[in-house]
Design a protein around this ligand. Structure first.
Ligand SMILES: [Zn+2]
Length: 456
């Protein structure tokens, strides 16, 4: 089989035309075949040109995006936008590249039409790859001016907090109002006026000094924004790094929050486009179908707990079922409206869960398999719980004390998850270096006791 060359390029356009005829609506995608080493680099750094930092290799959310497609050996590197960017390994064969091209068009359709993607992309701009390159240059400049150690300290803190954003708020959010709102109601005002007429000495209402609002006025989820805006003595170049990391987090959030739907949609479309692409030679078609079954293979064969779910498999099976029972039009509506939470809760039915063997099983000693749980809601929650709050513990900024100490609180009840204390200490350490005052975190341990971590 030939490696990536004109043959694959010549199919790209025909696959795009076919996708258009089948109703997919997408921004143009720049396909680029690159050496495997370059693929690895993108996989580690998240974006083709991104801020240089040692911690990228272990970063969780990028591992979710920059991954092999399902259980196949194919790399998946797509950046939604206008235009979108897709990278293909030049060592791929024709069949693999045809499959990946079709898959990418499914993603391009999804990210152009899904509302959560639209909302986040409107804010970040569609040119994220170019933006990320600017951020990288900005960091390089900061290193030249302030030295690598200081820049790394800021990046450590910002990247440790990168999942702590609030996408319900605007990317370019204003600071809190500085003063408390005048809470007196008109009735009170009337009363005061009458009272003042009776006793003029008490008529001081108009000249009461305004009261400063507490910071934050309510527990704040967007820690990247909060620290950038309110850290005592933060320098502007440090703030810029925080806001750059935050902007990239806004970009990646929809990829995270729709992963099951989005990978399923792309897999549904690569399968369907392949089926209808009669211009692809028979052998390439057969090879591509083989790749497809690797991508959507449910789980490794020896695994007994089916909950380590392959999102490609789950999403693919769900879309097939939805298109079959409700039609493509209805499926498109769901694709536009939902995120994974709505999608799984509304469309992973008992019937389908049984068909896919998703309920929890455990092997009994006599060799029989026993169903532990048939609770559909529990199954939904088991699938969704790692997705809450961008996959991070729910930690809020609660108060800044007069001496500048920052109080953070972990919402244990909302989370239903404990904190990794070792990691939390490290994060507090990082944070304290840019906050430049003590930082304190309150949480609840598994015994239900309050626990306090402080740095320094
Ligand atoms: Zn994909």
């Amino acid at each position: 089989m030939t490696s990536t060359d004109d043959t694959w390029q010549s199919y790209t356009q025909r696959i795009e035309e076919l996708a258009g005829r089948l109703g997919l609506k997408f921004h143009p995608v720049d396909f680029e075949a690159v050496p495997d080493t370059f693929m690895m680099e993108i996989a580690v750094y998240g974006l083709p040109v991104r801020m240089p930092h040692w911690s990228f290799g272990v970063r969780y959310i990028y591992q979710l995006i920059q991954r092999h497609m399902g259980h196949s050996r194919l790399f998946e590197v797509v950046f939604p936008g206008n235009p979108g960017h897709a990278y293909l390994a030049s060592s791929n064969g024709l069949a693999e590249n045809v499959l990946v091209t079709a898959h990418v068009l499914g993603h391009a359709d999804f990210s152009r039409n899904n509302l959560l993607f639209q909302r986040c992309q409107e804010q970040v701009s569609e040119h994220i790859v170019e933006h990320a390159a600017n951020h990288a240059r900005q960091i390089q400049q900061a290193i030249e001016t302030h030295g690598v150690q200081r820049v790394e300290a800021v990046l450590d803190a910002a990247l440790a907090l990168e999942q702590h954003i609030d996408v319900d708020q605007s990317l370019r959010r204003a600071r809190y109002p500085e003063y408390l709102e005048d809470k007196r109601t008109p009735e009170e005002d009337d009363f005061r006026k009458r009272f003042a007429q009776l006793e003029p000495a008490a008529a001081s209402s108009g000249i009461e000094p305004k009261k400063r609002a507490p910071v934050p006025p309510h527990p704040e989820r967007d820690l990247l924004w909060f620290v950038a805006q309110y850290a005592p003595e933060m320098e502007s170049w440090e703030r810029d790094i925080f806001l750059a990391v935050r902007e990239e987090s806004f970009y990646f959030y929809p990829v995270f929050a729709t992963q099951i739907m989005n990978e399923g949609w792309a897999s549904y479309w690569h399968a369907r486009l392949l089926r209808e692409a009669d211009f692809v030679p028979q052998q390439a078609y057969v090879d591509a179908i083989k790749c497809h079954s690797d991508v959507v293979r449910p789980i490794a064969a020896d695994q007994q707990v089916a909950l380590s779910i392959n999102p490609y498999h789950l999403g693919f099976a769900m879309w097939e079922k939805i298109v079959e029972s409700e039609g493509l039009e209805a499926a498109r509506d769901i694709m536009i409206q939902d995120d994974d939470f709505a999608f799984v809760r509304n469309h992973l039915t008992r019937e389908l869960a049984e068909e896919l063997s998703l309920f929890r099983y455990s092997a009994r000693s006599d060799g029989q398999i026993k169903v532990l749980e048939q609770d559909l809601t529990a199954l939904h929650e088991a699938i969704l719980s790692p997705k809450y709050n961008f996959g991070a513990p729910s930690v809020l900024a609660k108060r800044v004390r007069n001496d500048g100490t920052l109080e953070l609180v972990h919402d244990y009840a909302l989370d239903g998850r404990g904190l990794d204390l070792e990691r939390s200490r490290k994060v507090l350490d990082y944070l304290q270096r840019v906050w430049r005052r003590p930082v304190q975190l309150t949480t609840t341990n598994q015994a239900g006791l309050a626990l306090e971590l402080t740095a320094p």
